[in-house]
Structures are given as structure tokens and as C-alpha cells.
Design a protein around this ligand. Sequence first.
Ligand code: SF4
Length: 319
Amino acid sequence: MIVLWRTTTHCNYACGFCAYDRRLGGARRAVPAAEAMRFGTLLAEWARASGETVLLSWLGGEPLSWRPIWPVSARLAQAGLAISATTNGSSLDRAAVRAALIADFREVTVSIDGPASIHDALRGRAGAWDRVRSGLRALAQERGEAPLRLRANVVLMRRTLPHFPDLCLGLAEWGVDEITFNQLGGRDRPAFFPAERLRPGDIAELAARLPALKRDLQACGVILRGGARYVERLAASADNRALAIEDCGQGAPFLFIDEDGIAAPCSFSGAAYGVPIAALRTVADMDGLAARFAAARAARRLPTCDDCPSTQQFAKFAA
Ligand code: SF4
């Protein structure tokens, strides 16, 4: 089971395409440490009872700024969970942060979108690119034989797409193990979207370049993920074509939890299909979760499911 948990909506960066841009108003929230421990422990119990592995991945906002992350991760790693996080990389230049990641995490995904000038402009922070580069390089060197996978995730938009191949080859030199990509979405910040969204021709160009880029990276020992089905999802979005998922409960178990403790099949469906994790207290409750989602979907299917934006449904991580 893969569990993505958005533990905080705080962030120190100002990305114009993100809902958690620090310049935006509104209340910022974070998950209480005790509830993270309680539910994480239940996930570990479920893993033991079911014989499944559980990857628990912290999201934000900036999840490494969530204060409980280090003690909670250490305890849950000891309990048997594989711990992961997706970070903007702003704290990777701190030796203590790298040591904690190496000790207790199995995976770190760093968001990086282009060469220095573009990355820094998109993040709203001069020096962000230098910081993430030095932090990632140090992490790659210091991990030694520790089983910590390093991944970079790139948001593709008109500004970043032309630089994607060079960025990937640069990331290989920094020591990442794999690279994933998303195309810019328009839900979080609709005003940013029109000038930067990818067009059908952009996707065609990407699709044409991917095979050679995958081979070049493979020669460096780096996996560029994203299969044909994923590229088709990107093409459909660029072309305003809907791609429905009839039943997303049939694949590997996948859970998204938001900062208010609502668990759902993805980040887009909490309001319609969500179940409060406060109501999940036992392994049997966890076993019954898929049926609860299915019942909610049968009672009131979300229009979003008729054009499912969840990348995990479209082989984002296929090699
Ligand atoms: S949007 Fe996609 S992943 Fe989310 S509930 Fe609907 S079909 Fe499932």
C-alpha cells in the first residue's frame, strides 16, 4: 500500500503554480504528532497482519518543515513502515536533515523544475537551485550503502519543457536514482495555467524525445519513469480530452490523507469519498476501507473520476 499524507500546508517557497505558495493567505494547518503516530502505528499493524508493505510518504506544503517529522518517522520506520517524503529541497543543505533522512527514510523526492534561473524564478527564491543541488549531491555521497532512493520530480510547463533533457542529465550527475515528471495542472492556481500549460505539440515533442532520453539516462544508471499510458494521459489533458477511470479501487491499494485527517482514494476525492482517519482504529477498519470508498462512489460518482487527474492511475512510475 502507498499512503500519501499531506501533513502540513505551510511552505517557505513562493511557487506561482502551487496552492501552498507562502504569499497566499488563509489558515495553514498541520497534522498533530499524536494522530500521525497513532495512525502510522495502525498502518504498521495492518502491514504485519496483511503481509503487505506500506510506503508512507509525507507531502506538503513543505513536509520537512512539519516539526514532528523526524521523531514520528524514526518511530514508524522502527515499526516497519517504509518512509518517504517529497520536498522542495530547501533544507537538504543541513547535515542533520540529511543524516535523519539516511537513517530512517527509504525514499526522498525533490522537486526541481529547470536550470537555476528558471527554478529560482518559479520558486520565488534566489539561490534555491544552488541549495537543492548541493544538498542532493551531499545526500547522494553520504548515504553510502543505506537503502535510500533519491528521486527528482520535474513539473513540465512551457518554460521548463525545453530544458528537460539537459536537466535530467544534470540530475544524473548529482546522483539521483530516478526521475519522474508531471505536467503543470490548473486546479491549484488557475491564473498561472493558461500561459504555461502544455499544448498537444509540446506533448508530441516530449513523446518523441523520451525514448532516447530514457536510454541516455539508463546508461548513467538513472531511470526516467513514465510509461506510454502516462504520456497518453498528458496528451489527453493538453488536448482537453477526458480520460475516465471506472474503478480506481482495483489496483494496488493507494490512500491519500489530507491535513485534516480525511483519507480518500486520491487528493481530488476527499470531499465525496473521504473517511476521517479518526474513525479508523483497527486492522478490520483498514480492511473495510476499499469497500467504503466503493460504496461512496456507487452512491455519488464524482465528475472528476470521468477525467481522472491522479497520476498513479496512469503509470507515472512505470519504468
Ligand atoms: S479522481 Fe481518479 S483516483 Fe480519484 S477517486 Fe476518481 S477515479 Fe479514483
